[in-house]
Design a protein around this ligand. Structure first.
Ligand SMILES: Cc1cc2nc3c(=O)[nH]c(=O)nc-3n(C[C@H](O)[C@H](O)[C@H](O)COP(=O)(O)OP(=O)(O)OC[C@H]3O[C@@H](n4cnc5c(N)ncnc54)[C@H](O)[C@@H]3O)c2cc1C
Length: 401
């Protein structure tokens, strides 16, 4: 049988990594995912397994102890993992973004300090842009870092940190006016601070509090938190890249690869929904035959499979563009937009195919139904993706008349 979402042109190494991950997902994640999710329980054993597979260091260069793999390999692994349980892909995603930002923008000392331990999963990353009053409008950030001798003093409140409790290194975006005259564009007066902390909740470092887990409709297991900075002192050498004022660009670079990652998650969740739908449709009988034999249901399956294929192709294209060294914001925006919308639609169709049983917590599709909406929001909403896509199109197709 030809499986959906195949990727042409993979190397032997890529194929081997993917088949190992797929095997791990089938044996270690799928059988326990729904149970853990219903209990909102952190998947400790699964995370240990991912560490052993080297997934925390998949894209970290070999010189720092990682596997030095491409964004494409990473995205295809994420797709497999999200097929098993989306929350697990969330656990490695913010880690991966912070490692990527360090690799691209960190000073040599910052790379030497963090990347080898990140590759082993000993240091675990989270990233923090959003605040209670803003998510899409990053330029409105009000958390602030003010220079005081060899340190910066950080104050402000952050919101929606994926892995806020379990991480030990948070890349926090703050305003920093130092060296930027009044009237400087908002995005030129922002700095990424590398904040080390203990895992857990409460005051995890003097001046830094992680209040507790936000209770969510889905995407459970993985902790999502607030972060409160009240006179938090950070050494000056923990400014990412060593220079203030570059934080906005650094974060946007991180979010760009994060978008490919969210697209990959959408592909994985949609694939699982298709698998569940196509299997159920052949077992459930109505009017004397399996519902898969009713044309209306076959049409649904056809639409679902087509969406799975299209989203996968766009995601792979966006990852390959980045790997080739080219700008990929247009492709990443399109892939994220399409894959998250299609994911929601495929999940809903699989849910409908399950009839009343889809509404029961006994069936896996119930979990997917609560997970898919997060992909419409995380790493930029659909509206924000369309703004990025629209702007880039007008750049490319500028009217010459
Ligand atoms: C589970 C979860 C995990 C998250 N993890 C992280 C994380 O790890 N780190 C982090 O920094 N953030 C994280 N976020 C935050 C996420 O990035 C934001 O929620 C997202 O960017 C949207 O921001 P908002 O919620 O403030 O919505 P808003 O920006 O307030 O938007 C509200 C609505 O208005 C629309 N809108 C906004 N501006 C425009 C416009 N100009 N034109 C048209 N429509 C517009 C939006 O599309 C949306 O529909 C997470 C969120 C969730 C739910």
């Amino acid at each position: 049988m030809t499986r959906l979402a195949q990727t042409a042109g993979l190397t032997d190494v890529q194929q081997e990594i993917l088949s190992t991950v797929r095997d791990f997902v089938d044996k270690e994640i799928i059988p326990v995912a729904t149970q853990l999710e219903h209990r909102d329980e952190y998947p400790t054993e699964i995370v240990e397994g991912l560490k052993e597979l080297g997934l925390f260091g998949l894209m970290i260069p070999e010189e720092y102890g990682g596997l030095g793999e491409s964004l494409l390999t990473y995205a295809l692994c994420v797709e497999e993992i999200a097929r098993g349980w989306m929350s697990v892909s969330g656990i490695i995603n913010t880690h991966f973004i912070v490692a990527y930002m360090l690799k691209q923008h960190g000073t040599q000392e910052q790379k030497d300090t963090f990347l080898p331990r990140m590759a082993l999963g000993e240091v675990r990353g989270a990233f923090s842009m959003s605040e209670p009053a803003l998510g899409s409008d990053v330029s409105a950030i009000s958390s602030k870092g003010v220079r005081d001798g060899d340190e910066y003093v950080l104050n402000g409140q952050k919101m929606w940190l994926t892995n806020g409790g379990t991480s030990t290194l948070v890349a926090v975006l703050c305003r920093s006016d130092e060296g930027h005259p009044e009237g400087t564009a908002p995005h030129k007066s922002m700095t990424t601070f590398l904040v080390e902390k203990e895992p857990g909740f409460g005051e995890v470092r003097p001046g830094l509090t992680i209040p507790g887990k936000i209770d969510k409709m889905g995407y459970k297991g993985v902790d999502t938190t607030e972060l409160i900075m009240d006179g938090l002192r950070i050494p000056a050498n923990r400014v990412l890249g060593g220079t203030t004022g570059r934080g906005f660009y650094q974060m946007m670079d991180g979010v760009e690869v994060g978008r490919v990652n969210v697209a990959a998650r959408g592909c994985g969740v949609a694939q699982r929904a298709f698998e569940l739908g196509v299997s159920y449709a052949q077992q459930r009988q109505t009017f004397g035959k399996p519902i898969a034999q009713h044309q209306a249901i076959q049409f649904k399956l056809a639409e679902m499979a087509t969406k799975v294929e299209a989203a996968h192709a766009m995601m792979v294209n966006a990852a390959r563009k980045k790997d080739s060294g080219e700008r990929n914001d247009l492709e990443a925006g399109m892939a994220k937009y399409l894959a998250s919308e299609y994911c929601k639609e495929v999940v809903e169709d699989a849910f409908r195919i399950h009839g009343g049983y889809g509404f029961s917590k006994e069936y896996e599709i119930e979990r997917l139904y609560r997970e898919a909406p997060m992909l419409l929001i995380g790493e930029g909403t659909a509206e924000i993706q369309k703004m990025i896509i629209g702007r880039r199109l007008l750049e490319e197709y500028r009217f010459q008349g």
